[in-house]
Write a protein that binds this ligand. Structure first.
Ligand SMILES: Cc1cc2nc3c(=O)[nH]c(=O)nc-3n(C[C@H](O)[C@H](O)[C@H](O)COP(=O)(O)OP(=O)(O)OC[C@H]3O[C@@H](n4cnc5c(N)ncnc54)[C@H](O)[C@@H]3O)c2cc1C
Ligand SMILES: *[C@@H]1O[C@H](CO)[C@@H](O)[C@H](O)[C@H]1NC(C)=O
Length: 184
């Protein structure tokens, strides 16, 4: 056992270490002027439902899209982007990658260029928040919410068992490995 004086000095040092660590962690998310950073606002608004300042879940931003042809073209392209994004999301994402996908889906909804579509889809997201724990969870979730939209538009349901094959774009699975094998 160390003498009491040395022990209490050690305790002080440990406390100082914890304080410094906490300051660095919290400080890192603050901007210089002391205002909360966008990330902080996004985080504090995550559960915020419809409150007016909510970055991820606020009102739909685009106006109504009257042209039905344009609306359908946009929809096909948008679903393709979403399903392909989920199909290429990591099977074992980091916490930061999960947060990125969650924010992406919410902002995709808020900024979707068909305002009335965005408004409907916002209600779907409120009821079924994005699943971001893995590629397969995200892909299955994407298929499910697309089916909810299909149902409302009286379109056929898609069989989500096939979701893995349907959006295998043949893009090449692992860029990093390819780069290692054949430098560009
Ligand atoms: C977020 C969002 C909200 C929308 N809201 C509206 C709206 O409110 N009103 C409106 O008129 N239009 C809306 N649309 C557009 C609409 O969903 C369709 O994209 C559009 O009507 C064209 O339909 P489609 O029959 O060509 O097939 P799409 O629904 O565009 O699907 C394209 C292809 O994806 C495949 N697919 C179908 N279902 C699934 C599934 N569940 N999972 C995976 N793949 C599937 C099929 O191969 C299909 O041909 C929305 C689109 C998006 C992305
Ligand atoms: C509706 O959108 C389609 C596809 O973008 C376009 O070709 C067409 O000209 C538009 N119609 C009108 C009336 O603007």
């Amino acid at each position: 056992m160390a003498p009491p004086a040395i022990r209490s000095r050690f305790v002080l040092l440990a406390l100082f270490g914890v304080a410094l660590f906490t300051f660095l962690i919290l400080g890192g998310h603050r901007s210089i002027d002391g205002q909360p950073s966008p990330i902080q606002q996004a985080n504090s608004n995550k559960q915020g439902g419809g409150s007016s300042g909510a970055l991820l879940t606020g009102h739909a931003i685009a106006p109504k899209l009257g042209n039905a042809t344009a609306k359908a073209e946009l929809g096909r392209a948008a679903w393709k982007v979403l399903h392909t994004t989920f199909a290429r999301f990591p099977e074992k994402p980091s916490e930061e990658e999960k947060e990125a996908l969650r924010s992406y889906v919410h902002l995709f909804q808020r900024l979707y260029p068909c305002g009335e579509c965005a408004e409907h889809f916002g209600k779907v997201l409120a009821k079924y928040p994005p699943q971001v724990s893995s590629r397969s969870a995200a892909a299955m979730w994407g298929c499910m919410v697309h089916n909810i939209v299909n149902k409302r538009l009286k379109k056929p349901q898609f069989n989500c068992e096939n979701i893995g094959d349907a959006y295998d774009c043949g893009c090449g699975d692992d860029e990093k490995k390819e780069k290692d094998a054949a430098p560009a």
